[in-house]
Design a protein around this ligand. Structure first.
Ligand SMILES: O=C(O)CCC(=O)C(=O)O
Length: 268
């Protein structure tokens, strides 16, 4: 699910860059159908959720190049293996979409934002753990850059390894508009790449100092039983789209332990 190198890099740094998960055509469709920026603070109405904008936004729920990585980082390993033993096949994806953010505000002159992340202030929703050969994460962000970000040496910044740190961030490093400490890594990507990082990592947005555009789409995934966002999606709102198969419906299921007999039309 994760290559040996990806496991090593994710464990050590708290993020990996997965090249070419989107085709050029998908990137262009995302750019041309992007309607408005979205955030969790002042959440958009459910009817304006990006998943309604075009089928390409729904394709991002279950991408062949990403789903195995998400299973490895945020899926339910015990559930998957028990299901496989009992039924001889894999279950539907064992992670859920927590929320989507769409950022279009990062333009030349953007001063940089605050470093954030880690488990301390997240009420337990942003953790990182590795146990018995498996990863466990409370919230995984998949960041799809819609334009190359090499012009600015990256838009996403992080302090690699801080998903395991024990000592608080020096307060004067936090505000990236006041300076970017040399320990902070810039993560550049090409349009179509995905940056996959744990929200347990200390991260933020760099000052943007070039005329190149930056539009970034974040899909954030959590274990199927937990949530960060209070604004759950309802799979029934998407059932009329032909492309919404049972796997995608499972990814939109509200947080629960996926116990047998629960009230859902898409068990599995
Ligand atoms: O890529 C970025 O600009 C950082 C986004 C971020 O801080 C987040 O998604 O939590």
């Amino acid at each position: 699910m994760l290559s040996e190198e990806q496991s090593y890099l994710f464990d050590t740094f708290g993020y990996i860059v997965v090249p070419d998960v989107l085709s050029q055509n998908q990137v262009e469709l995302l750019r041309s159908t992007l309607k408005q920026p979205t955030e969790q603070f002042e959440p958009v109405a459910q009817a304006d959720n990006p998943l309604h904008w075009h089928s390409v936004w729904r394709d991002l729920l279950d991408l062949p190049a990403l789903t195995p990585i998400l299973e490895a980082l945020v899926g339910n390993h015990a559930f998957r293996s028990a299901f496989f033993k009992a039924k001889g096949k894999a279950p539907y994806p064992t992670f859920r979409l927590d929320h989507i953010n769409v950022h279009t505000h990062v333009k030349n002159g953007f001063p940089g934002a605050q470093l954030h992340g880690g488990w301390l202030n997240s009420g337990g929703s942003q953790f990182f753990r590795y146990h018995d050969g498996q990863f466990y994460n409370g919230l995984i962000a998949v960041s799809f850059e819609l334009h190359d970000t090499f012009g600015n040496d990256g838009g996403l910044a992080c302090i690699p390894g801080t998903h395991k740190s024990n000592v608080a961030l020096p307060p004067n490093w936090r505000d990236l508009s006041q300076g970017v400490h040399e320990s902070i890594s810039r993560i550049a990507a090409r349009a179509g790449d995905a940056i996959v990082f744990t929200e347990a990592l200390t991260h933020g947005t760099l000052p943007w100092t070039v005329d190149d555009p930056r539009e970034t789409v974040f899909y954030k995934f959590s274990p199927h039983g937990t949530t960060w966002s209070a604004d759950f999606l309802d799979p029934r709102d998407f059932a009329h789209y032909e492309d919404m198969d049972a796997r995608r419906m499972a990814i939109l299921e509200a947080p629960n332990a996926r116990y047998p007999g629960r009230p859902t039309q898409w068990p599995g």
